[in-house]
Design a protein around this ligand. Structure first.
Ligand code: ITT
Length: 197
């Protein structure tokens, strides 16, 4: 099946292409669509639904949207749904991923608990009144020993005890097997398979 992904994040699209394979993942630009969505929700699910609805209004094809982020109990759940723009308001410009990671580490300087978890809320919208939602997590901790070139965003500073590595040190396949996005996508893939049969 051919689906359109409601994202402006090229790394996410790359990951989802593998996760949902052999279903074909298009991005809005492939269809000449100008997709832009203000994320005004107060939860991951609300934002994922907003992105899915916005793109669904522009195409008849099934749409997948994902809203994700990282949360730290020591920071009362921050940055959470604001993970993409964490620290950017204070800086007066959009920070790069390494700058955001440095900002996170600075905010953790006086904290003992560096445990963290990623969340991914994913929506498959077939039509306005037919959609499926999944939300998954990946647990770990933030490290100041950043490592690895893979993945994106907070991956170089997200350490997995059981692997002895950061997420950025995992192969794409390894990350997809255990990540918040990989697990959510695997469930939605089963639904996509069932829609096709
Ligand atoms: P779209 O909304 O256009 O899909 P985005 O990057 O703004 O792209 P989100 O609103 O879902 O996406 O924000 C998620 C942010 O959380 C993302 O920019 C990363 O900083 C972080 N993030 C999410 N998943 C991640 C992952 O698997 N590894 C590392 N960082 C991740």
């Amino acid at each position: 099946m051919e689906i359109v992904l409601a994202t402006g994040n090229a790394h996410k699209a790359q990951e989802l292409e593998k996760i949902l394979s052999p279903h074909r993942v298009l991005i809005p630009a492939d269809l000449g669509l100008d997709f832009d969505c203000e994320e005004t929700g107060t939860t991951y699910l609300e934002n994922a639904l907003l992105k899915a609805r916005t793109l669904s209004a522009l195409t008849d094809k099934p749409v997948v949207a994902d809203d994700s982020g990282i949360s730290l109990p020591a920071l009362d759940g921050a940055p959470g749904i604001y993970s993409a723009r964490y620290g950017s308001e204070e800086a007066g410009r959009m920070l790069t991923a390494p700058e955001r990671n440095a900002y996170l580490l600075k905010n953790l300087e006086d904290k003992d608990d560096w445990s963290a978890f990623f969340v991914c809320s994913m929506v498959l919208m077939v039509s306005e009144y037919r959609f499926y939602t999944v939300q998954e997590t990946m647990e770990g901790r933030v490290t100041d020993q950043d490592a690895g070139e893979g993945g994106f965003g907070y991956d170089p500073v997200f350490f997995l005890e059981e692997k002895g590595k950061t997420v950025a040190e995992l192969s794409e396949e390894e990350k997809n097997l255990i990540s918040h996005r990989g697990k959510a996508g695997a469930k939605l893939k089963l639904i996509l398979d069932s829609l096709e049969s």
